[in-house]
Design a protein around this ligand. Structure first.
Ligand SMILES: [Zn+2]
Length: 412
């Protein structure tokens, strides 16, 4: 088997690993880089038989549009729905790629390759690791994963019954550099949200990702405990709508203590795309909360927001100091460019007397300790760093480390 990491051996995000046999070629992820200094990838020149997408984060799937649209792209069905909903609400239309689905632990073939997807715990839903077998070799790609979220049982399952005889393990190492242990688990985040909103005298904005389901659950549980109402935007309501198919325990817009705040732009997109959104537009309307209701008693609400909601924050802080709980990677605040609309405003809230700025976040990525457990359980012949800026530290932490460089072919 020939292996070529097109990108991702020395950086977080933008991952793309190519595996080839004599007959077939596949790509593992085709992500948009997070760093502006990342080298360009000539996607149009890539002609694999298929692409496997581990999860619906931009730094793993963000370049599939640039690929020849006839090349099949495999991802979880929920991932496709979430990516398409984001696109529809932004007015970008559905994905034009030929999308195919797989199911967790159900083996399938692409040419010579036999692939088994493993559902993993990550800050995105529908996230997978892959076992790939061909020509008598076994490669395992971890994707992005962790062991401290609400689905940590998935990590335990892999550790207890790991795939055997792995020749190469491509393992992410995001947290080797980003070690912040203020909130070791999701429950610690929930507790901080509860303590914060329990005392609030004005509305609180919780800035996070709509696809971080663990965080939505934490926000909801904190609201329930504190007697507050959780306010979501239309996109987040749609994400939860998709998850009904997977679990009945995830908050939904019909639940007490959940309200939906309409934005004119998002609502127009629902109207424009009835085929995609179905009767969701009508149903979501029944659960809306008006500006007047919010203004009448702002201390009753926690608004699950994005950085781009800074204009609303500015309105509320004029009346009384407002709380902003920043609940995602702090690194986004230093990426002050158009990709992170609102980052500059949120950054400035840290020194704004009208804003009580609170940081409460636990990472979507495994801690160093959990990475060690994972590497020991899989016990590969070679462990290759990917999705990390600390490949040079792997040798001190794990066994059998082999460093690959971007663009250098390796024959297994
Ligand atoms: Zn991710």
């Amino acid at each position: 088997m020939k292996i070529n990491i097109h990108r991702g051996a020395n950086e977080i995000g933008g991952t793309c690993i190519q595996l080839s046999t004599g007959q077939s070629t596949i790509l593992l992820d085709l992500g948009l880089p997070l760093s502006k200094d990342s080298k360009e990838l000539d996607v149009a020149a890539l002609t694999p038989d298929a692409v496997l997408i581990s999860h619906p984060h931009q730094d793993h799937f963000g370049l599939i549009e640039a690929l020849d649209h006839d090349i099949p792209v495999y991802m979880g069905e929920l991932s496709k729905n979430l990516i398409n909903a984001t696109r529809m609400l932004l007015g970008n239309g559905l994905l034009k790629n030929e999308i195919r689905h797989f199911n967790t632990w159900q083996t399938f073939a692409i040419g010579d390759f036999i692939i088994t997807p493993y559902l993993v715990d990550h800050s995105a839903v529908d996230a997978y690791a892959f076992l790939i077998e061909a020509e008598g070799k076994r490669v395992f790609y971890s994707g992005d994963f962790r062991a401290h979220g609400r689905k940590s049982v998935l990590f335990d399952t892999i550790i207890k019954n790991p795939p055997k005889d792995i020749d190469i393990l491509f393992m992410e190492g995001t947290m080797i550099q980003r070690c912040n242990n203020d909130y070791p688990t999701e429950t610690d985040v929930e507790k901080k949200i509860y303590e914060t909103i329990n005392e609030q005298e004005n509305i609180t904005f919780l800035i996070s990702s709509s696809q971080n389901i663990d965080r939505i659950v934490s926000a909801f549980r904190a609201c329930k405990h504190a007697g507050k109402t959780l306010v979501l935007d239309i996109y987040t309501a749609w994400v939860l709508e998709q998850l009904k198919l997977v679990s009945k325990n995830i908050p939904a817009m019909e639940w007490n203590q959940i309200k939906i705040k309409f934005s004119y732009g998002q609502h127009e997109k629902l109207k424009d795309n009835p085929d995609f959104f179905g009767d969701f537009r009508k149903r979501v309307y029944q659960h809306r909360i008006t500006k007047e209701e919010l203004h009448a008693n702002p201390a009753k609400y926690l608004f699950f927001s994005k950085m781009s909601h800074f204009k609303s924050i500015n309105l509320y802080k004029k009346i009384k100091p407002v709380t902003v709980i920043y609940s995602q990677w702090l690194g986004y605040l230093s990426c002050m460019d158009s990709d992170y609309y609102g980052a500059e405003a949120i950054f400035d809230y840290q020194n704004d007397p009208q804003v009580n700025f609170v940081y409460a976040h636990t990472s979507g990525h495994a801690t160093v300790e959990d990475l060690k457990k994972f590497a020991e359980a899989l016990n590969p012949k070679m462990l290759v760093p990917v999705h990390t800026e600390c490949g040079n530290q792997y040798d001190n932490l794990f066994q059998q480390v082999v460093i690959f460089d971007d663009g250098v072919e390796f024959i297994l």
